[in-house]
Design a protein around this ligand. Sequence first.
Ligand code: MF3
Ligand code: CO
Length: 250
Amino acid sequence: MAVSIKSEREIEFMRQAGKILAKVHEELGKAIEPGISTLEIDMLGEKLIRQYDCIPNFLNYHGYPASVCVSVNEEVVHGIPNKNRILKEGDIVSLDAGLIYKGYHSDAARTHYVGKVAPEVQKLVEETRNSFFEGIKMAKAGNHLYDISNAIDAYISQFGYGIVRDLVGHGIGTELHEDPQIPNFRQNRRGLKLQPGMTLAIEPMINMGRADVEWLSDDWTVIAQDRLPSAHYENTILITDGEPEILTML
Ligand code: MF3
Ligand code: CO
């Protein structure tokens, strides 16, 4: 399938979708503390998204039952919010959320600390975020898609972390998931040439231990097979003539 190039008008909608999602994430971040349930986080997220007259795009996506994916510790992504899952001091929690504004999607994820977190787990979270910024240094018109993948891989490899291979980043626009797929690990080909007007969701998912993941019996929650912590960081970005624009940051 072809990769969509957004018009200036579409880009304005994508910018709005991104800005609103950035605000939603900011509010969600403030709510994270020991004692909150993962369902309360989802309910707050859905309320905020609707307050901005947007639609939660994850809700009912292929049957996903919530607006925010809430993944704790060894859960990599797509954790299902639950009123009985209470966050406690020392946990990390990845929040992945998205919304639709005037027909255009945004998608972003952050991993938060719950109270005080072990230094080695903090490092995993920080380096996962850093790897995103290493990746988008390459997100320029004229470069190739897998320059991004290779940069993330090269950065993460120095720490001995496991880069999740079963899930990847993606194009985004009038659909949540558009072409192309964007792996976070080294590719032997260059991939397509990046062009201004492409909007991409780049989302490294990094395990403290091995890269292998498995699915829980809820058919959604992805966990690290070795049960070590995992972090996720994602933004929707725009390829321009110059530096990439991060649409889901304030
Ligand atoms: N950000 C997630 C992704 O790109 C979207 C999750 S879809 C859901 O994979 F259905 F799980 F919510
Ligand atoms: Co995504």
